[in-house]
Design a protein around this ligand. Structure first.
Ligand code: TA6
Length: 322
C-alpha cells in the first residue's frame, strides 16, 4: 500500500533539445498523432506549430534574423514586462530578447498528465535587467501540445522581491498566425468592443457590429475581450480558435505594405500571409505584491471550417454552408 503522502511523480516532459538557426538552442515537441512545435530558448519563443499533416500554422518571416539581441520575427514572441512603448523600456520589454532556461522545478504547475509533449521554461532578471527594471521576478512558461494538436501556453509570473515592493507589468503573447490571404480573413469575437487605435494616437473607439475584415494597416488593442476569438481563413477553409484566461485584451496587427517595407526583418509582401492576434493584459496592468503570482493561459487550435458569419464556434459550422 503506497503511503498516501507520497505524491505521484510529476510526468517528465518529453521533448528534444537541439540546435536551431545560427546554433541557437531550440526544443522540439511532437505529439503522438503527428502535430509538432518548436520553441527557441532565445526569447522563450515558439517559432513553429504544425498540425498532424505537417502544415505550418504560425507565420515566421523569411527574413527573421535569429541574431540576439534582435527579436525573432514571427511565431509567438513574449512581450514582457511591457507591451509596446507603453512605459520606459524598449518596445515590448526584454523577455523576447533574453535566453530562457529549461525549468526542471516547475513546482507551481499543476502537472497535467494529459500532455506528455510539453516543456517548462523559466526567465529571471539578470543584474543588467535589474538596472532597467528593478524588480525580481520568475516568469515560468509551459508550452504544451494537446492530444488533438492544440498548442497551449501557460504563463506564470511571480514577484520574488525581498524588498517588500509590489510591481506592475503588461504582457502579450504576440502570436503571428499564418493565413493564405489577409484579404480573405475574418475575425469573430471582437465585434462591438472598445479598442485603442494605435494608428490614431491610441484614441478609444467602439468596433462596428460585424466581424473584422482587413484592407489596410491595422494596429488596435481590443479591451475586455471574450474568452474565445476566431480567425477564419476562407481560402484554406481553416479557423484558428483562441481560448484565453487571465488575458483580457487582444491586439490585432497587420503592418500592410508600407510598414512591411520599412521592417528589415519582414518581407515586403509577407503582410499578405500573416495576422497577429495577441492575447494580452495591457489596459489594466497587473500588480503583484511580493510572493504573489499571476497566471495567464492561451490555447490555440486550428479547425476545418467553411466560410460563414456569426458562427463563433467553428466546430459547429455546418459543413459546406456558404
Ligand atoms: O502588436 C502590435 C505592435 O505593437 C505594432 O505596433 C508593431 O510595432 C508590432 O507590435 C511589432 O513590434 P516589433 O517591436 O516586434 O517590431
Amino acid at each position: 500500500m503506497s503511503n498516501e503522502n507520497e505524491k505521484a511523480p510529476a510526468p517528465s516532459p518529453s521533448f528534444v533539445l537541439t540546435k536551431g538557426v545560427n546554433g541557437l538552442d531550440k526544443v522540439l515537441l511532437r505529439e503522438s498523432r503527428g502535430s509538432s512545435a518548436e520553441v527557441y530558448l532565445y526569447g522563450g519563443q515558439v517559432t513553429s506549430w504544425k498540425n498532424d499533416h505537417g502544415e505550418e500554422l504560425l507565420f515566421l518571416s523569411s527574413k527573421a534574423m535569429f541574431k540576439p539581441p534582435k527579436a525573432i520575427r514571427g511565431g509567438i514572441p513574449i512581450c514582457f514586462p511591457q507591451f509596446g512603448s507603453l512605459g520606459t523600456l524598449d518596445s515590448h520589454g526584454f523577455a523576447r530578447n533574453r535566453f530562457w532556461t529549461i525549468d526542471n522545478d516547475p513546482s507551481p504547475f499543476s502537472t497535467n498528465t494529459l500532455n506528455k509533449a510539453f516543456v517548462d521554461l523559466i526567465l529571471k532578471p539578470s543584474e543588467e535587467d535589474m538596472k532597467i527594471w528593478p524588480h525580481s521576478f520568475e516568469y515560468r512558461l509551459r508550452v504544451a501540445l494537446g492530444p488533438g494538436g492544440d498548442l497551449m501556453l501557460t504563463s506564470r509570473v511571480r514577484n520574488t522581491s525581498s524588498d517588500g515592493k509590489p510591481f506592475s507589468f503588461t504582457v502579450a503573447h504576440h502570436t503571428y498566425f499564418s493565413v493564405s490571404d489577409i484579404s480573405e480573413v475574418r475575425v469573430e469575437g471582437l465585434e462591438t468592443l472598445d479598442y485603442l487605435d494605435f494608428l490614431q494616437n491610441k484614441e478609444r473607439f467602439t468596433e462596428q457590429g460585424d466581424a473584422l475584415t482587413f484592407e489596410s494597416e491595422v494596429d488596435k488593442i481590443y479591451v475586455s475581450t471574450p474568452t474565445k476569438i476566431a480567425i477564419i481563413d476562407h481560402e484554406k477553409k481553416r479557423t484558428f480558435v483562441l481560448l484565453k484566461d487571465g488575458l483580457p485584451d487582444a491586439v490585432v496587427w497587420n503592418p500592410w505594405d508600407k510598414k512591411a517595407k520599412a521592417l528589415a526583418d519582414f518581407g515586403d509582401d509577407e503582410y499578405k500571409h500573416m495576422l497577429c492576434v495577441e492575447a494580452a493584459a495591457i489596459e489594466k496592468p497587473i500588480t503583484l505584491k511580493p510572493g504573489e503570482e499571476w497566471k495567464g493561459r492561451l490555447e490555440l487550435s486550428a479547425v476545418p471550417s467553411s466560410y460563414c458569419s456569426g458562427q463563433l464556434d467553428p466546430r459547429k459550422v455546418l459543413q459546406g454552408s456558404r
